[in-house]
Write a protein that binds this ligand. Structure first.
Ligand SMILES: Nc1ncnc2c1ncn2[C@@H]1O[C@H](COP(=O)(O)OP(=O)(O)OP(=O)(O)O)[C@@H](O)[C@H]1O
Length: 260
């Protein structure tokens, strides 16, 4: 298995009953890239991510991971390759934090095998990466929203995936933990596809962005090419200025709430 996988989404259409959630979407994330999905509420980001981590089967189109049809891979092979951190997962585990993170090792183990020293080290690393080492023995279901989110990210890291898919991973996190988590994702060898609402964080941490609007992709490319005042007006209906931050070199969006 590669350390980082190539993701190719081609012509994907997603439906729920008669409703079309996403239509004819194509996008790529190359090995090792951090690729952001941005767009207004209801534009189809979560739905598209669900098709990639194999929860919502495309009505048309394909999702390929290193060339293989993700929807045809054996479950165990998929779990060794792709990890997901989803929105408001109904993860009410009656488990300690460390046990939740240890679940990330399951795809790599034989049935009923215990944790090896290597598993223990990977779990320790994952906990430390999200500043959750101090939470290791706490019951997961008593954690705060942000603490839970960090533990679920640690579980995904412990899976050592070649493709990591995250839906709003900074949700619930304070600013320091937002920056820390995105920094960790940035440094991973894996390919990362994530939905983000904060355009300044997306601009700083993502190599490329795909902008979704009403179920379709309306712009794709490096943040500096994609995030323009015209796009902010067209897609979000807001007035914003975009400058290059003098120290980070990343595009920085300033919103002008009253259009001034
Ligand atoms: N199972 C479903 N049945 C009907 N409509 C659905 C279903 N799942 C999603 N939708 C609709 O599809 C559209 C896209 O939803 P999705 O959750 O993908 O958007 P999103 O871009 O992730 O939004 P947000 O930024 O609010 O999280 C929305 O209009 C949503 O109401």
């Amino acid at each position: 298995m590669s350390i980082a996988a190539d993701l190719t989404v081609e012509g994907v259409t997603l439906t729920a009953g008669a409703r079309q959630l996403v239509r004819d979407v194509s996008l790529t994330a190359s090995a090792g890239e951090v690729v952001g999905l941005v767009g207004p509420n209801g534009s189809g980001k979560s739905s598209l991510l669900r098709a990639v981590y194999r929860v919502l089967r495309p009505a048309a189109g394909t999702v390929r991971v290193d060339g293989a049809d993700a929807w045809a891979l054996p479950t165990r092979q998929l779990a060794r390759t792709v990890a997901a951190v989803v929105q408001d997962s109904a993860a009410d585990f009656d488990l300690a934090v460390r046990e939740v993170v240890a679940m990330g090792r399951t795809p790599h183990k034989r049935m009923l095998a215990g944790d090896t020293a290597e598993d223990a080290a990977v779990i320790d690393d994952a906990l430390a990466a999200v500043d959750a080492d101090r939470l290791a023995d706490r019951p997961f279901d008593r954690l705060s929203g942000g603490e839970r989110q960090r533990v679920l990210i640690a579980r995904a890291l412990a899976q050592r995936p070649a493709l990591l898919v995250l839906d709003e991973p900074t949700n619930h996190l304070d600013i320091r933990h937002q920056l820390d988590v995105l920094g960790v994702l940035r440094r991973l060898p894996a390919t990362v596809l994530l939905a983000l609402h904060d355009l300044n964080l997306a601009a700083y941490y993502c190599d490329r962005l795909h902008v979704l609007s009403e179920g379709g992709i309306v712009a794709s490319g490096p943040p500096a090419e994609v995030l323009t005042p015209a796009l902010l007006a067209d897609v979000y209906g807001v007035v914003g200025e975009v400058s290059v931050h003098p120290r980070t070199g990343a595009p920085q969006v300033t919103f002008l709430p009253d259009g001034r």
